[in-house]
Design a protein. Structure first.
Length: 569
């Protein structure tokens, strides 16, 4: 190093790395410089080979590979806690001692140059094992999760014998890493454990926020794989489509299969596990008082709660769901509370009832207010409104509330949350229910097709026209690459009596015509119930009466039975 300042900085950082004391970090005994200006490090000599050499010679079994990786991940965790990021975790930097079989993490050279890297955004590392943020030169985003991504690449290689990101040139490899679309290991090797595949794919998530957040979390899952206790069995229940209705607790046996995203080691999608963990927590400082679940209209918020979250809550949590409306929400909530909590029979009002529940020592009570945009559209939320005063009684430990709302009411919801003094923090007290991507849409359509008897029982038995039908339908339903889940349900319901081949799509006018075709088939089709056809015009008038006005962005108000009868005439 000709530059004196650079040499001095390198030596300073090298001495910091030498201070890392962990049984699986290659010890650095000395650092210094020669008279010619070269910098040297003296490390312990390991009699053995690198993990890279072992992989090229003979790939270890799943369990042996995991056993070998766990101490290396522990070493990374120690380095991360000391503020040191390795940034070049790869098989050739893991040394395996022949005599003991112990693994040592070596070559913190790039970690030593971290400060220089962060300033210049120079892309450093071994392309196939780099995280997307490294490849993109986002030095300010690098943290321990970047190293854990590299561990995911190594695990993938241990499981399949192949790297997840490959190409004919460095630029092609870097491009593959940026996209971070990983082929599931079981597609390359059918013997790969489903649990290890889940762990591997989570570590390889493109977004750092979706990976393991600490080395300890990754180790916990790997150790659980090594010593499985009470793992959730894979669901064998067939899907029971509900048309346009929300799924309910009775559908819990199969509902989780419909959800996208990674699973935890209990088999729960992270969207369910997030709320389960927050709602079961009884220490106020570790959870929230009022939370927010939001997403686009038709994305499945109600189904997520009723069929996904509620059936998996512990018996120590008593959940109450109320559909919010512009008027009467507080009375219906109070009535339901008194019905399930006898001790509230003498309470004067909702605020007093929630105050009693907050001070109670029994089961925790969680209130879900569904379609909360209805309440917001008909009420001016003020600091002295009954619902605001009631929800301010929530403390998180004994009493908790979750508001379920359409995403286009986020601003109004934010104002309401300020009034109840529950600050919105993503990943803490609010989460979104996103739309399906086209790949997951294909999978769900396939499940519906099997439920309706339109497709063979196993996905690998699909004919080419059937597979093309699923691909085309998913593409047609998508807008900007995303699909509203209720549109999938409507489409499947509409196609339940048709042959699932591409030609059938054209017969209903493509995905654009599904909604209209669905209603026409129900009321006017040749296969529809004759009684439905008799009342087709009345049904149109009833539907029209329930639609909101053109100047409103909210669904129509509730109608009484007598009002609907009058509209049908």
């Amino acid at each position: 190093m000709a530059d004196v300042d650079r040499r001095r900085e390198y030596l300073r950082e090298a001495r910091l790395v030498a201070g890392l004391e962990h049984p699986n970090i290659l010890p650095i005994y000395d650092v210094g410089k020669t008279d010619s200006g070269a910098v040297y490090l003296v490390t312990r000599y390991i009699e053995g080979e690198t993990l890279g050499g072992l992989l090229r010679r003979s790939r270890p079994s799943e369990r042996d590979g995991v056993q070998l990786l766990i101490p290396v991940i522990s070493a990374l965790g120690h380095a991360h806690r000391q503020g040191c990021i390795h940034r070049d975790v790869k098989p050739d930097n893991i040394l395996i001692e022949s005599r003991t079989g112990a693994a040592f993490l070596a070559d913190f050279g790039l970690a030593i140059r971290e400060s220089e890297y962060l300033q210049t955004n120079v892309v450093s590392g071994t392309p196939s094992y780099m995280s997307p943020e490294q490849v993109c030169g986002e030095g300010h985003r690098l943290d321990g999760r970047s190293d854990l991504f590299s561990v995911g690449v190594i695990l993938y290689e241990l499981l399949t014998g192949q790297k997840p990101f490959r190409g004919g040139s460095v630029s092609e490899v870097l491009r593959a890493v940026r996209g971070a679309v990983v082929r599931p290991p079981q597609e390359l090797s059918a013997d790969v454990s489903s649990e290890l595949q889940r762990i591997c794919l989570k570590a390889l998530s493109r977004l750092a926020t979706e990976r393991y957040q600490t080395a300890a979390e990754l180790i916990e899952d790997l150790q659980s794989y090594m010593q499985p206790v009470g793992l959730a069995a894979e669901s064998e229940a067939g899907v029971l489509p509900r048309g346009l209705r929300s799924f309910e607790p009775a559908d819990a046996a199969f509902f989780l299969d419909l959800l996208p995203g990674m699973r935890n080691r209990q088999g729960l999608p992270e969207s369910v596990a997030f709320w389960k963990g927050r709602l079961e927590e009884r220490i106020a400082s570790k959870t929230f008082s009022v939370g927010l679940l939001y997403g686009p209209s038709g994305c499945g918020k109600s189904s997520l709660v009723r069929a996904g979250v509620l059936p998996h809550l512990s018996a120590d949590v008593h959940a109450i769901c109320v559909d919010a409306t512009a008027t009467g929400t507080e009375d219906r909530l109070h009535e339901q509370l008194r019905r399930v909590v006898p001790a509230l029979a003498g309470a004067v009002g909702l605020v007093e009832s929630l105050s009693i529940l907050r001070r109670a020592a029994g089961r925790k009570v969680v209130i879900f207010l569904d379609q909360f945009e209805q309440w917001l559209s008909g009420n001016m939320a003020g600091a002295d409104s009954d619902l605001v005063l009631a929800l301010r009684q929530c403390d998180g430990a004994h009493l908790q509330a979750v508001l379920m709302i359409r995403d286009d009411f986020a601003l109004s919801a934010g104002r309401f949350m300020r009034l109840v003094e529950s600050r919105l923090v993503e990943g803490w007290n609010f989460a979104a229910v996103d739309l399906f991507d086209t790949e997951h849409t294909e999978r769900v359509l396939g499940m519906f097709g099997r439920a309706y008897g339109r497709l063979p029982e196993r996905a690998d038995q699909l004919t080419q026209p059937q597979a093309e039908f699923l691909r085309s339908a998913a593409q047609l339903l998508a807008r900007d690459g995303r699909v509203v889940s209720v549109h999938v349900a409507v489409f499947a319901e509409m196609m339940r009596r048709r042959v699932w081949i591409p030609e059938s799509l054209q017969a209903v006018g493509g995905a654009e015509g599904v909604g209209v075709s669905f209603l026409e088939q129900m009321f006017c089709g040749r296969e529809s119930n004759p009684e439905y056809r008799l009342h087709a015009e009345a049904a149109q008038r009833v539907l029209k009466s329930m639609l909101p006005g053109v100047d409103r962005e909210i669904r129509g108000v509730r109608r009484t039975l007598s009002e609907l009868r009058e509209a049908s005439c």
